[in-house]
Design a protein around this ligand. Structure first.
Ligand SMILES: [Zn+2]
Ligand SMILES: [Zn+2]
Length: 70
């Protein structure tokens, strides 16, 4: 797999869309690792602050609130 931006060998793949990115073009974004409900039934999310991101795709911002989730 090569970098989406420069076609050199990829350093990793985007956590959100799977595109390859080299070290130079790697960006980071918060990423939800796990969703769960706490003791009071509130939806919570475990978020990694600097997940690998390609810089191309557009993950939804503010992914913590999921009121429709049952
Ligand atoms: Zn690159
Ligand atoms: Zn991406």
């Amino acid at each position: 797999m090569n970098c989406w931006h420069c076609d050199r060998p990829a350093y990793g793949s985007c956590r959100f869309c799977g595109r390859g990115v080299c070290k130079e073009h790697t960006k980071t974004l918060p990423h939800i690792e796990e969703l769960y409900r706490d003791d009071r039934g509130m939806h919570k999310a475990l978020v990694v602050a600097d997940a690998l991101w390609c810089g191309v795709c557009q993950p939804r911002e503010d992914p913590v609130e999921l009121p429709q989730l049952k």
